[in-house]
Design a protein around this ligand. Structure first.
Ligand code: NAD
Length: 368
């Protein structure tokens, strides 16, 4: 195993990465000191387990309000995070966020089918929006969300936390700077065993099965690793419809993306097997992560001209959650462009629709 700091073989690439890190630091230092207030909507597993505990580590973001349909949750998390009663809202009271000047951003962490409605109402209330992935259940909803934010003159960002995760960032840079040579193949695999009895398995709430939930990581990674947009795709679905979990959503759907450069991405999406990894290969080597898009514990390997090494990166100043929360604030405060905008989410939604179409019609689909 090697540590990134002593990678003399990669001096050129190291210099590029170091300069990127310095630039990030310089940008952060010039951000005004005011903290941006977030309201979190939907106090479920992801919001309470991953997002809310991170505000204390943020430089520019703070948690100021909560929205939930469960009074006990408002009471419990309100007390835990010091949110006064005046800043706790039921869904019926949601539009009153308009009158609360402490709320700058609304973070939508609801089931997928509720994203569009709650994001649009937040924009109409004059608030910036952070919305969880998948951005919506259809491309049409995603377009309406973008239009609403634009009309309000507010930001719309999608919770693509991996765009702020250092191993993913490093993998992107390694592909971009030629470490793997000319990229030829990406493999990206994401899946887990879905437990029954949850909204994810109800198409009206989720918009679809494994692809909407976990396969989107394979899709998004193929796009950010390649730095290209696909021009054609073909997909295959396999679902046991006698399994009560899969009455109306898909289990497995694998898809292949073809990029203009000739690069191909083979992607796995599954609700009946565990996967979390990707590898970008080229004419001179490859870079691979496993786990690649987990909350923590990322592991990275590189192969360059025949030599394979495990790479350890130093602990970052901000983890992916903090990086994501702070980034929207920096964009609001300084005007820097969003790294994971609504348009980025819309591109995935359009491709997801094309993947479903390809599997349904059993043919390759042009997405150029
Ligand atoms: P969850 O089931 O744990 O939480 C959903 C919340 O929505 C609950 O508090 C629930 O009470 C509330 N809710 C309101 N109306 C509801 C309704 N009609 N039906 C069901 N729930 C309702 O789900 P989660 O895992 O927190 O996922 C929420 C969103 O976050 C999803 O869009 C999911 O894709 C996304 N997510 C993202 C990540 C990530 O790593 N970026 C991880 C997990 C979840």
């Amino acid at each position: 195993m090697i540590s990134w700091n002593r990678r003399s073989v990669l001096q050129g690439i190291g210099a590029v990465l170091a300069s990127t890190a310095l630039l990030d630091g310089a940008q952060a230092q010039s951000v005004p000191k005011r903290k941006i207030g977030y309201a979190v909507v939907g106090l479920g597993g992801y919001a309470t387990g991953q997002i809310m505990p991170q505000f204390k580590n943020c430089e520019h973001a703070r948690l100021v309000a909560l929205v939930s349909g469960t009074p006990e949750k408002l009471e419990r998390y309100g007390a835990e995070y010091g949110i006064p009663k005046t800043h706790r809202y039921s869904y019926a009271e949601y539009d009153r966020i308009r009158d609360n000047p402490d709320i700058d951003v609304v973070y939508v962490v609801l089931p997928n089918a509720m994203h569009a409605e709650y994001a649009i109402r937040a924009s109409q209330a004059g608030k910036h929006v952070m919305c969880e992935k998948p951005m919506a259940t259809t491309a049409a909803e995603a377009e309406a969300m973008i239009a609403a934010a634009k009309k309000a003159g507010r930001k719309l960002m999608i919770g693509y936390r991996c765009h702020f995760e250092q191993h993913n960032r490093r993998a992107i840079e390694l592909v971009k700077t030629g470490f793997v040579g000319r990229p030829t193949l990406i493999t990206a695999e994401h899946g887990f065993f879905a437990q029954g009895g949850q909204w994810r398995l109800d198409k009206r709430m989720s918009g679809g099965g494994s692809l909407m939930d976990i396969g989107i990581y394979s899709l998004n990674a193929a796009r950010y690793l390649s730095g290209e947009e696909p021009v054609e795709l073909v997909a295959t679905e396999w679902t046991d419809r006698s399994d009560p979990r899969f009455k109306n959503v898909e289990d497995r759907i694998d898809f292949q993306l073809k990029f203009p450069s000739g690069l191909i991405a083979n992607c796995v999406s599954s609700y009946s097997s565990n996967h979390n990894g990707f590898r970008a290969s080229g004419t001179k080597g490859w870079v691979g992560l496993e786990p690649a898009t987990s909350y923590e514990g990322h592991k990275m390997w590189t192969n360059h001209e025949g030599k394979t090494e495990q790479v350890t990166l130093p602990v970052p100043r901000k983890n992916q959650f903090v990086g994501q929360l702070d980034h929207l604030c920096e964009s609001i405060l300084t005007g820097i462009p969003l790294r994971a905008s609504g348009e980025e989410g819309l591109r995935d939604m359009r491709l997801i629709e094309a993947i479903y179409r390809s599997a349904r019609e059993r043919r390759a689909v042009s997405v150029a």
